[in-house]
Ligand binder design. Structure first.
Ligand code: NCD
Length: 309
């Protein structure tokens, strides 16, 4: 059903709306005690795939706005008895939830639900398709650390094929006027994907990071790799790890990011995590502010009109 509050992807949200969300998230960052704009409302977290930081972040965001949070446990639910996702979500909506935050391993699941429900649906990650609140928080961190995204080059390094984070990040960087490169081994970055996203493709870390402002490492998504075609952790670290041995390749980058959870010593090593250019903890903090803005947009039309530019 049409609802203005759905937040399903970056590409499906007008650029002006993204700008407003970023502006509102910045307001929340400056007023960390929270404004109780969602007092009396109920947000339902429906996470049908493992998650710690995203789920915790949505909960913190909802509580920071004064909302109640219903945490739906998939394994204890009727879904394990064969109930369809639509029926389950309809039941949850009938118990009084005002908004559903959905993580699902199927690409397109949030859009499928959104088309059938009278309440707003927020995509908290669907398959390898999209993770739009991650993209918002990443954009916030880039703007804070670099001043702007326009004119900057973001090199996304690693398992792009299986990454919803990469897809949403690519869209928000392009929407904000920046350039994206995909960097990784051939098995992780097919050229058709780079073509579809209109980005440069590199299979060599040094060339991929040359002239880039941001090095954004992705987790190797072992759980999504049907066939064991990927490299071992140590071979990957040697060629594509953001680490001390590859420090020269990283020299020109002003900002180093990773969505978490990271495999220490594979995608990034301890020394690089501790580097002052690395913003992994800032990303987690910005996640709460980004999700506050998204939940407010989902549940209210009015109170954050001040964020309009
Ligand atoms: C990501 C996810 O689940 O898509 N994690 C996150 O939301 N912070 C990335 C990942 O799992 O690699």
């Amino acid at each position: 059903m049409h609802h203005d509050g759905h937040f399903l992807g970056i590409a499906s949200t007008p650029a002006g709306e993204i700008d407003r969300l970023l502006a509102r998230a910045e307001q929340h960052a400056c007023a960390p005690s929270g404004t109780h704009t969602l007092e009396g409302r109920t947000v339902c977290n429906l996470f049908l795939e493992d998650s710690t930081r995203t789920r915790t972040s949505f909960t913190a965001a909802a509580r920071g706005l004064g909302a109640e949070v219903l945490d739906f446990n998939a394994s204890a639910s009727s879904l394990s008895k064969g109930e369809s996702l639509v029926d389950t979500v309809e039941t949850i909506a009938a118990t009084g939830a005002d908004c559903i935050v959905l993580r699902h391993r199927g690409s397109g699941a949030p859009a499928h639900i959104a088309a059938r429900l009278p309440i707003p649906v927020v995509n908290a990650g669907d398959g390898a398709h999209a993770h739009p609140t991650q993209a918002l928080l990443d954009a916030l961190v880039m703007r804070r650390r670099l001043g702007t995204i326009a004119g900057k080059t973001v090199a996304i390094v690693g398992d792009i094929l299986h990454s919803r984070v990469a897809r949403s990040l690519c869209r928000i960087v392009q929407q904000q006027g920046g350039d994206v490169r995909f960097v990784g081994p051939r098995a992780f970055v097919p050229s058709s994907l780079a073509t579809a996203f209109g980005v440069e493709l590199h299979h060599d870390l040094r060339a991929g990071l040359d002239g880039a402002d941001v090095a954004y490492a992705l987790r190797i998504q072992t759980e999504r790799q049907g066939r064991a075609t990927y490299m071992t952790g140590s071979a990957y670290a040697r060629s594509f790890g953001l680490n001390t041995a590859n420090a020269e390749a990283l020299r020109g980058c002003a900002l180093i990011m990773h969505p978490g959870p990271f495999n220490r010593g594979v995608e990034i090593d301890s020394a690089t995590v501790a580097d002052e250019r690395t913003a992994i903890i800032d990303q987690v903090a910005a996640g709460v502010h980004a999700r506050m803005a998204v939940l407010e947009r989902a549940l209210t039309a009015g109170p954050w009109e001040g964020a309009r530019s």
